[in-house]
Design a binder for this molecule. Structure first.
Ligand SMILES: Nc1nc2c(c(=O)[nH]1)N[C@H]1C(S)=C(S)[C@@H](COP(=O)(O)OP(=O)(O)OC[C@H]3O[C@@H](n4cnc5c(N)ncnc54)[C@H](O)[C@@H]3O)O[C@H]1N2
Ligand code: MOO
Length: 392
């Protein structure tokens, strides 16, 4: 059995980013940019006013100025002003030729086609957005690796970009195994349990912006599982199986994976929950066999699957690790790393009740996983521990 660290290292050694694709800017939000983007144009493309007012030559500010025309936003024809002249102008409109400054309309007195200024704070170039002042043609607009946030999308649209090269999100298949599984909402017969792993996993994946998720059910039947796994592999970058990775007579994941030419990277990790975790690859495709207990599934998701998504999509999604002070003593046998469901607040962390891996009630209340190292058995109140803050 390998350690948690060895498992994490092995996973990262076997994953590379998905091949970038070009998509419409409008669909790119939440992705990571796969190339540097350079501005093609000066933005603004022309000198424009940032206020409703009057455009003038600054040197004329003391004079009475005659209005010789108007520039509205969107106008395609320019006017030219001479000394002693002004142009009525609106926010976003091009500056008339010859003008260098805009006075706000609140700061003038107008009579017929004449204005006089009362603006002691007027400066040369005031209320003018210079050509290229947002970005100059040829300048680096956004670096490869940047997150396409709403603001980034707006910025790129504003400099005329309509298509971007991004790292795609993986296409994911979830395969839940187990003859005992029943759909929530249906009556529960003797021996059945409600199927919850596909729900928690799909919710976690959607939280990361993954939308292409296929869910399959496979009975505890090797032939069915082989077929389902083969189908899932054909249409996915990442396959998450739950259940069937332990040593029971009906645990077929390892055998089905071998049959589907999945190269085993590891099986079993010195951890609780999630000891029988399996990880394998087929070419660029990744396969996780998550131990079926609902809490093991999620604990392994946050520890191994989420960091893998980060590499595939180049999106910074990882759980944050912080150091926190333990509020109560806690003991465990040495030999396995334990991940406890906990509550983190103001630098302190408290393990919750109901840590068993078949239970999710504590996980549903938790905001973190507390990492208890493999070799240590006793943890005292006040000990400083590593805590993984979970995404909401
Ligand atoms: N003799 C041993 N028995 C077990 C060992 C072991 O080392 N020796 N390991 C235990 C540990 S730890 C875990 S974790 C489980 C993992 O077993 P599997 O991955 O084979 O999972 P299953 O047996 O199929 O299911 C475990 C448990 O989870 C429930 N389950 C499964 N799928 C779902 C689902 N989609 N939704 C809700 N609940 C699910 C299932 O009914 C079982 O109760 O093995 C231990 N045994
Ligand atoms: O490792 Mo299992 O996940 O303890 O129940």
């Amino acid at each position: 059995m390998i350690s948690v660290k060895e498992a994490k290292d092995l996973i990262s050694q076997h994953i590379s980013p998905l091949n970038p694709i070009s998509i419409d800017l409008a669909k790119a939000a939440g992705h990571t940019l796969a190339v540097d983007i350079y501005a093609q144009f000066n933005i603004p493309a022309f000198r424009q006013s940032s206020m409703d007012g009057y455009a003038l030559k600054f040197e004329d500010q003391e004079k009475e100025l005659r209005i010789i025309g108007e520039m509205a936003a969107g106008t395609t024809q320019n006017i030219t002003i001479q000394n002693g002249e002004t142009g009525r102008i609106f926010t976003g409109a091009p500056l008339p030729n010859g003008a260098d400054t805009v006075v706000m309309q609140e700061k003038i007195t107008r009579s017929d086609d004449k204005i006089t200024l009362q603006d002691p704070n007027l400066k040369f170039g005031l209320n003018v957005r210079d050509k290229g002042s947002e970005i100059k043609a040829g300048a680096l607009a956004m670096e490869k690796g940047s997150l396409l946030s709403p603001a980034a999308i707006g910025f790129l649209a504003g400099i005329g970009i309509n298509e971007v090269s991004i790292y795609p999100m993986p296409m994911v298949s979830i395969i839940v195994t187990g003859k005992e599984l029943q759909e929530p909402g249906k009556p529960l017969a003797f021996g059945q349990v409600y199927e919850s792993n596909s729900y928690s996993l799909a919710a976690a994946l959607k939280h990361e912006g993954i939308s292409q998720i296929s869910i399959y059910e496979a009975d505890d039947d090797l032939e069915i599982l082989k077929k389902v796994l083969q189908t899932a592999l054909e249409s996915s970058d990442l396959v998450l199986l739950t259940g069937g990775v332990s040593v029971g007579d009906y645990d077929f994941v390892i055998e089905a994976a071998a049959h589907c030419n999945i190269k085993q990277v590891f099986h079993k990790v010195k951890q609780k929950p999630g000891k029988p975790l399996f990880f394998g690859t087929r070419g660029q495709k990744l396969v996780f066999g998550l131990p079926g207990n609902p809490s093991s599934v999620l604990s392994c998701y946050y520890n191994y699957v989420l960091p893998s998504l980060k590499i595939l999509s180049q999106k910074n999604n990882s759980v944050t690790e912080v150091a926190a002070e333990l509020t109560h003593p806690y003991s465990k046998p040495p030999g396995l790393t334990h991940f406890l469901k906990g509550k983190y607040e103001n630098g302190k962390v408290t393990p919750l009740n109901a840590q068993e891996s078949y239970r999710l009630s504590s996980f549903a209340q938790a905001n973190c996983l507390i990492c208890l190292n493999e070799t240590q058995a006793h943890f005292e109140k006040g000990d400083i521990l590593t805590v993984m803050i979970l995404p909401n």
